[in-house]
Design a binder for this molecule. Structure first.
Ligand SMILES: [Zn+2]
Ligand SMILES: [Zn+2]
Length: 290
């Protein structure tokens, strides 16, 4: 069921627990969340927790998309085998039947420098959606810790982002935040908030209009969706507007790792309403884009 519209007086609340989004004129729809992690990768919730929370929050379509990347820089992620992933999907399906909730078995990964997925056809076919995100730059240029505005590093990052937009997978994940700044961080690291500010400055400085136009070209060419990343409220509104005007479809994603954010995709629906962006409604529409 793509959209279930009802008339209700109650407006959507920013807080988890209320899932109804009040649109102009009182028309409302059920929210989806295409990007959630569990303890299988680096999330804090079990599959059972995530499904229970999604049900409580009336999430229409939920996708569990744990990290799966044999080349990830984090050993705990890189060591997850294909067999373990397929068993994880089986657990999701069993829990989905138990709790009577429709759940998609997806994953989040970083492709190779040409935008190609780095795992078997079997895993590709078993996974929907496949989110491709830039958790690191394959063959990244040398970076100097503390030097956040390294022109060559960010030029390479943009080239990689464009390859990802053109490449395999269903969704381009968090394309304007959670950028690969780790090699640039000096000393003991930074707080989550400071990293968001650093990413925002990098995006404002380097991710300019000609780049975004090219991103639109590549997404349209591959047929991939762009994620509206609610955890960081990115991409920037003018970027969403430009991509939407060019006809790029979007998916809402909370990128929840803990309890609070599961199903927290309200921002994606708000910005889609403001910009005229088309949000993918559910399993069928996503599958048909493959
Ligand atoms: Zn990610
Ligand atoms: Zn994620």
């Amino acid at each position: 069921m793509p959209y279930r519209r009802q008339w209700r007086a109650q407006c959507w609340s920013h807080y988890a627990g209320t899932s109804w989004l009040c649109l102009a004129g009182g028309r409302e729809m059920i929210r989806s969340d295409f990007h959630v992690h569990t303890v299988f990768s680096d999330g804090r919730n079990t599959i059972s927790d995530v499904l229970r929370l999604a049900a409580q929050r009336n999430i229409g379509t939920l996708a569990i998309t744990d990290h799966f990347d044999p080349r990830d820089w984090r050993p705990a992620i890189a060591s997850i085998s294909e067999l373990a992933l397929l068993r994880h999907f089986q657990e999701i399906r069993e829990e989905s039947t138990r709790q009577k909730i429709d759940v998609l078995c997806g994953l989040e990964t970083t492709p190779d420098s040409d935008g190609r997925l780095t795992f078997s056809t079997l895993v590709r076919q078993a996974s929907l959606p496949i989110i491709t995100s830039c958790h690191y730059i394959p063959d990244a240029p040398a970076a100097i810790p503390g030097e956040y505005f390294n022109d060559h590093y960010w030029k390479t990052c943009k080239e990689f982002m464009l390859q990802m937009a053109l490449g395999e997978g269903d969704i381009l994940g968090h394309c304007e935040d959670y950028l690969p700044i780790e090699p640039l961080i000096e000393g003991m690291g930074t707080t989550y908030e400071i990293r968001r500010r650093i990413c925002a400055e990098i995006v404002d400085r380097y991710f300019d209009r000609p780049y975004v136009e090219k991103l639109a070209d590549n997404l349209l060419s591959s047929g991939k969706c762009c994620e509206l990343h609610s955890a960081t409220r990115t991409p920037r509104e003018w970027v969403v507007r430009l991509l939407a005007q060019r006809g790029v479809p979007f998916t809402p994603g909370s990128d929840a790792h803990g309890e609070a954010l599961v199903g927290n995709t309200g921002w994606a629906y708000e910005i889609a309403e403001r910009t005229g962006a088309h949000l993918i409604s559910g399993r069928k529409e996503l599958y048909e884009r493959r």
